[in-house]
Design a protein around this ligand. Sequence first.
Ligand SMILES: Nc1ncnc2c1ncn2[C@@H]1O[C@H](COP(=O)(O)OP(=O)(O)OP(=O)(O)O)[C@@H](O)[C@H]1O
Length: 548
Amino acid sequence: MLALPSTRLLLLFGESLPSSRLPNVSRKVWGQTSVRFVSQLNPDNGPLTLSSLGFKSDFEKTNKIKADKIERLDVPSEAPKSKVRGVGSNGIKTVKAVGVKKSLEIESAPFSAKSFSELGLPPLLLERLDTAGFTVPTDVQSAAVPTILKGHDVVIQSYTGSGKTLAYLLPILSEVGPLKKKSANGESEFEKKKEIDAVIVAPSRELGMQIVREVEKLLGPTDKKVVQQLVGGANRSRQEEALRKNKPAIVVGTPGRIAEISAAGKLHTHSCRFLVLDEVDELLSFNFREDMHRILEHVGRRSGADPRGSIAARRTIMVSATVPFSVIRAARSWGSDPLLVQAKKVMPLEAVSPSGPVNILKPTSGSDSSMRTQAALQSLPPALKHYHCVTKLQHKVDTLRRCVHALDAKCVIAFMNHTKQLKDAVFKLEARGMVAAELHGDLGKLARSTTLKKFKNGEVRVLVTNELSARGLDVAECDLVVNLDLPTDSIHYAHRAGRTGRLGRKGTVVTICEEPEVFVVKKLQKQLGIPIPACEFTEGKLNVIEED
Ligand SMILES: Nc1ncnc2c1ncn2[C@@H]1O[C@H](COP(=O)(O)OP(=O)(O)OP(=O)(O)O)[C@@H](O)[C@H]1O
């Protein structure tokens, strides 16, 4: 536990400006900034630091190395395809043509700690991380892992593609399953038991399966059965049979299926030690209300609730790129003194007010919509480029095709709002010789996973989908996101946009809209604090239109 009362402390690691708002040049400066601790509410008390949490902070020591690294990573390995200045053929003043590189290099890696070994992880887990190719923790992992290992309930917020999944999986695998820390007598005492130790809830099957694969990657082939998927759409009796036979320590699933199996008495979670709610703001939505209620009541023992014999309280971990105040409020009631963990900042939830849930620099009026706007800030990767292109409704798909060619994009996700139009768009693209596929909830589980596999393999160039794919979907190669229909709000824009530019890679987001919809783009621009300039696709290039 903390030596100091957590509610009175605020810690800032390095620059407090949200990284997603920083242009390239500033990020370099940010990389070189020395560590800054700010005790906002009570300067007499020491700050909440990694060392106060019981871990050594090597941030200052590694600053030089880190700055060098960021410096190196910021240099593009290839010159931009073309740069044009002047007046376009139609009289519109164009300032720039943008090309996307074929191979996506990591342009601005969000790493801060030098190695995973600084985070207090067990040796076996460190080995597996190395084998899986994970060598340096991201900022949010550096902040979250020690905090969770110290026993805190947390809300983890950082931008899309910044590695939040490992940020919670690593502390879980440190304490649960075959990779966990050895006991005092040096024995690793993993034994199969009936009770589940960790429950991870995600709002979609695709995201659930993706998390399972991430856990399996670390467990390795021999221990794969330590994790069990409980996603909807899959055969329930087979899942129950696997639970009985394999006695997994970790289950990952969708709310409906977990609640169903739990209600049937086939999921033993009374002594569960970790409850993770991935995409927590989505899980709080009305659709999941009943299932989430069951899960929160039946998984482990809530800290602060009446003790049930000798059962230790569960740790509740809530995760999303967008954290509206409703999540903060819920987290306060579900956890005990939960902390808000961001890439370079750990602060008590008590210090978060409705007027500034995740961005202490920009207070808002506190209305519901402004809180949602606040939640969308800091959710976008810094390297993303955003544009909008005005066209007629009947030309949208053709504009998409020209956009893909202009940017030479290889792996494109196009978002639409209605299934019928989505199918039509796929048909039109295919008719024009572009390999496209549809992905939406009306498809069966097998069709969905086959399509996704083909998209990840590069067999499909354009995936036309709906909100189903907006959250969590991780396809590193995705270099372009296109909104063929407008997202409902800035939070939806942020999650859609976050399918590209994963882990510091380059990515472009183009919103194709009709003239009367431009005011919505302007609003998004304002709410997200990012420029979304107008562009057009002429002569095989993306040309930015200068505003008067
Ligand atoms: N330390 C690391 N080193 C290299 N790759 C990493 C590291 N941590 C995570 N990754 C990879 O980065 C990608 C993005 O991670 P992840 O899906 O966890 O992001 P996220 O923050 O949860 O995104 P979203 O908000 O969109 O769900 C994944 O492919 C993951 O395997």
